[in-house]
Design a protein around this ligand. Structure first.
Ligand code: UDP
Ligand code: MG
Length: 324
């Protein structure tokens, strides 16, 4: 990699969407943390189509102070795309993503860095508590992480948002995943490497309102479920098999009643119900099978790499051995 890349050790990536109310406090706290870090650092603000004064403030800051950088997206692309844009531009050896609203306290960055220096490649910040968030948000978030953990085949850590540190090599691997509907925390869990976590108490938003209304939360949950699990696809097969099984049981029961000359048997009714439910079950199984193929197509179009190599040893030696 180019030599100038390595002159920056830490890159902070901060998505910003109409955060004028928190910016003054954020900048003050950031300055303090940046000055305490043990290497050159940059803070990249990704303006996700803000319509308030955030853009003006951040542009001026990036022009004035070389530690701050500004990326302005042409419209609101959403949080996950904004952090992707920031990470793509990051030059550091360790990249830290955090929210602008101080719910992810900048002071935790130093703990993340300490874990990185111990040799970890990914350090998640796990929320021990969530202050000032509605009971609805806390309950749905709790359920979301539990269900997702069960559905997905990669271990997506619970109660971890996008506040985390990743090593340069993890970022390089992440950039090979061009999928459109992004769920960054799942993608990072999928990548593997040495992962660990640091716990922190998530505070109330320092100022302003949440930029994650219900519909954005639902969209994120859908992306997570569809991108990291094929359980919904397999559901049709199981439903179909259950319905068919029940229909066959019912059929057996009707035959028994008929053999024992049960007077309650209504002529014509049983056979109709039996045929309808059998066909219905058969239909669902077929839909499920089509679903399985769609799942294959889905996996292909995500264009994820097949595998990610962490280390290679002894490859240069082969060349030396065959050399005359
Ligand atoms: N954000 C963004 N684009 C969006 C929504 C949010 O860049 O479309 C940013 C926002 O400015 C903040 C972070 O993503 O820095 C998290 O958003 P927020 O704090 O509103 O989410 P919550 O903490 O309520 O889940
Ligand atoms: Mg927040």
């Amino acid at each position: 990699m180019a030599a100038n890349f390595r002159s920056i050790r830490y890159s902070l990536v901060i998505p910003v969407f109409n955060e004028e109310a928190v910016l003054p406090i954020l900048l003050r706290r950031l300055e303090l943390v940046l000055s305490r870090l043990d290497g050159p650092a940059e803070a990249i603000f990704v303006d996700d189509g803000s319509s308030d004064s955030s853009s003006i403030v951040l542009r001026a800051l990036a022009t004035r102070d070389p530690r701050f950088r500004y990326i302005g997206l042409s419209r609101n692309f959403g949080h996950q795309v904004a952090i992707t844009a920031g990470m793509d531009a990051a030059q550091g050896e360790a990249i830290i993503v955090m929210d602008a609203d101080l719910q992810d306290p900048p002071e935790v960055i130093e703990q993340l860095i300490a874990k990185w220096q111990e040799g970890n490649d990914v350090v998640h910040a796990r929320r021990l508590s969530r202050d000032g968030e509605s009971r609805f948000k806390r309950a749905t978030a709790h359920l979301f992480y539990r269900i997702l953990g069960r559905m997905s085949s990669v271990g997506i850590p619970a109660d971890v948002g996008d506040f985390r540190l990743i090593d340069r090599k993890v970022l390089d691997a992440l950039r090979q995943m061009p999928e459109q509907d992004r769920f960054v925390r799942g993608m990072i869990a999928w990548l593997g490497f040495r992962q660990t976590e640091v716990a922190f108490h998530r505070l109330e938003r320092a100022a302003g309102e949440t930029k994650y209304p219900l519909f954005k939360m639902v969209r994120l949950a859908m992306n997570a479920a569809l991108g990291f699990s094929d359980l919904p696809l397999r559901l049709a097969v199981w439903c179909g098999l259950t319905v068919s099984g029940l229909a066959l049981l019912y059929g057996g029961w009707v035959i028994l009643m008929w053999l024992s000359n049960d007077p309650h048997l209504v002529t014509g009714w049983s056979s109709t119900i039996l045929v309808v439910s059998l066909l219905c079950g058969f239909n669902m199984v077929m839909t499920g099978i089509v679903g399985l193929y769609v799942g294959r197509i889905h996996a292909e179009v995500k264009r994820r790499p097949l595998y990610v190599v962490q280390t290679q040893i002894g490859f240069d030696r082969n060349e030396a051995m065959t050399a005359p």
